[in-house]
Design a protein around this ligand. Structure first.
Ligand SMILES: Cc1cc2nc3c(=O)[nH]c(=O)nc-3n(C[C@H](O)[C@H](O)[C@H](O)COP(=O)(O)O)c2cc1C
Length: 411
């Protein structure tokens, strides 16, 4: 772990109001023992369960309990300076209240304000009564935060402080530390890699105001770019038009047509280690682009002649040397059969197959239900998951591919 700790040094521990707050004393001790610096933020309610003094002694740092300093001379804007200081934030225990506040972007205390001002990974270890954790609102909030890229450590089954037995007990400190170490190791797993990703649909102009396109929104490609960035890779994201905003730390190149996308892919492909084509590139474009705006007064019918666009992924497959190539196939029938033939004809390493007939998968959804096929024709059927979770899965696959490659298992 020596290498990883060079970059993740500072862990901010947020503690909220629940009985499990007593366990965070042990958690601080364990995190410190691993060689990290720890600062602790207690919510006002958390101070009813554990004292700031205990946490200050264990963390060997000042403990923060409010947005404002009692000292009027103190000009520090705490939520901003803590967000800058932290490399990772862990909330343990995370109360239903704080989970809800994060889901709604409420920033009415130091912990929630710091999180909104923080750009790194946030890990939550919830703890609550077994009925609370099953409450549909709590479940929705957790699901929503998972989609937004927050990480959750599952609650364990066991005796709860309220006397009930069931799901809702906070994970043990050693388990939380294990999770953090895993995340930290991941955060550098691709630090020397260049990842090229395409996203969203292309627009093929008919005239100056109209175009042919498809329903792709870019959510999958952006989730992949974010996951790659979190693992320390240098990421170039080439995207068609989308409402999604640039991701901090990712070089985002915005294009319109398939031809523009191709031009950008060609100029970045050679230096890339991985190319993931998640864009829904138009296969055809109008051969002739009308000047100005096609007038309905002048035309009862219009003949459109469509020409084939260059297949960007196939072209990459022909040129590939060391690059790992991953394609997405949006299929409505004979999913695996069609995807496998794409994998072969385009010389891909993996193909991710989407069933576009499902409502919870494919264009515009926050979730995906896919299978992944490799060059050995092995098919892995994955359960329905958020696009962020799928992005993580794909990068686990890529990381293990490179590890095996380095060991000479894959050549
Ligand atoms: C004895 C006691 C134990 C509690 N345990 C929990 C708990 O485990 N999980 C939880 O979500 N809320 C628990 N609560 C309720 C929270 O303290 C309450 O929702 C509070 O608003 C949380 O505030 P915070 O998120 O700002 O810390 C408990 C309350 C009391 C009085």
């Amino acid at each position: 772990m020596a290498l990883e700790k060079k970059t993740i040094k500072n862990i901010l521990l947020g503690v909220t109001g629940g009985i499990a707050a007593y366990k965070c004393a042990e958690l601080v001790r364990l995190i410190k023992k691993e060689g990290f610096q720890v600062k602790v933020v207690l919510t006002r309610n958390a101070t009813r369960f554990i004292t700031p003094l205990t946490m200050a002694v264990l963390s060997e740092n000042k403990v923060y309990t409010g947005l404002f300093s009692a000292d009027e001379e103190d000009q520090e804007i705490r939520h901003i300076s803590l967000a800058h200081w932290a490399d990772m934030i862990v909330i343990a225990p995370a109360s239903a209240n704080t989970v809800a506040k994060l889901a709604y972007g409420i920033a009415d205390d130091l912990l929630s304000s710091t999180i909104l001002a923080f750009e790194g990974e946030v890990v939550l270890a919830p703890a609550m009564n077994m009925v609370m954790i099953k409450n549909p609102v709590v479940k929705d909030n957790i699901r929503y935060l998972l989609q937004k890229g927050y990480y959750f450590i599952d609650t364990g089954k066991g005796s709860l402080a309220c006397g009930d037995y069931g799901d809702g007990r906070m994970a043990e400190p050693a388990e939380i530390l294990k999770f953090l170490n895993k995340r930290i190791a991941r955060s550098h797993s691709l630090s020397n890699k260049k990842i090229l990703i395409t996203a969203s649909a292309t627009r093929e102009p008919l005239d100056q105001v109209r175009f042919i396109s498809n329903y792709s929104t870019g959510k999958m490609g952006f989730a992949l770019a974010e996951a790659a960035r979190k693992r320390g890779a240098e990421v170039i994201l080439i995207t068609g038009p989308t409402f999604l905003t640039d991701i901090v730390g990712v070089t985002t190149i915005r294009v319109n047509s398939a031809a523009e996308m191709r031009e950008q892919v060609v100029s970045h492909f050679e230096k890339s280690d991985v190319f993931i084509s998640a864009a829904a590139v138009a296969d055809f474009r109008p051969v002739r682009q009308f000047a100005g705006k096609i007038k309905k007064e002048e035309n009862d019918t219009i003949m459109l002649e469509l020409g084939k666009n260059v297949d960007i992924l196939k072209e990459a497959g022909e040129k590939k040397e060391r690059q790992l190539l991953i394609g997405f196939a949006a299929e409505a029938e004979k999913l695996n059969e069609n995807a496998l033939s794409k994998l072969k004809s385009k010389n891909l390493d993996y193909i991710v197959v989407n069933d576009i007939t499902r409502e919870d998968s494919g264009f515009g959804t926050d979730t995906n239900k896919v299978s992944i096929i490799n060059r050995k024709e092995e098919v892995t059927d994955l359960p329905l998951m958020s696009k962020n979770e799928l992005a993580e899965y794909i990068f686990d696959l890529i990381t293990s591919h490179f590890e095996q490659h380095n060991k000479g298992i894959i050549v």
